[in-house]
Design a binder for this molecule. Sequence first.
Ligand code: G3P
Length: 214
Amino acid sequence: MKFYIDTADIEEIRAANSRGWVDGVTTNPTLVAKTGRKHEDVIKDICREVNGLISAEVLSTEANAMVKEGYELAKIHDNIVVKIPMSEDGLIAVKKLASEGIKTNVTLVFSPIQALMVAKAGATLCSPFVGRLDDIGYSGMNLISQIIQIYKNYDLPTQVLVASIRHPIHVLDAAMTGAHIVTIPYKVMQQLVNHPLTDKGIAQFLVDAQKVPQ
Ligand code: G3P
């Protein structure tokens, strides 16, 4: 399973990358706004930092405008994936961009049937949001299993990118479903490394090391 980092913060990206945790990056308007910088500048910096696919989201909601924005984003770097919100207009834009060899990621997917439509339009990546479904009392991970089953049934090449990850169990469950990619906030990546028994074990080794004759 590939790990993408879900942030536009270049310091977090650098830190995660230096630990071998970054196969790609996902951004969205909320994450870019947190940087206080211009969208294009942020995306260019990320492209310089990471050797992997980088999702950059369009802001338009009408198909032709999304395609136009997609062209501009795709010009920045070969690794750019144009991120497009789920809608009929979005799927028109996906089909057009895909027909020209431009990679796309459809975001804000909340049902298996939406995911089927995403694959039919020819998207490279499909981003179902597990945390936001859990928030309203539905099983986000059940959605992932259903999408993976549907894509397998019909040999659909679109990859499942599990998004809206809130805690380590989401990452474990995503791995158990066989999802292609999971996009994770830096804070959750750090949680994946830690275990209290590891800390306890290290502390005990250090105590015992003092007892070893010099
Ligand atoms: O990748 C999508 C993600 O950023 C959404 O996460 O926590 O805002 O639902 P969240």
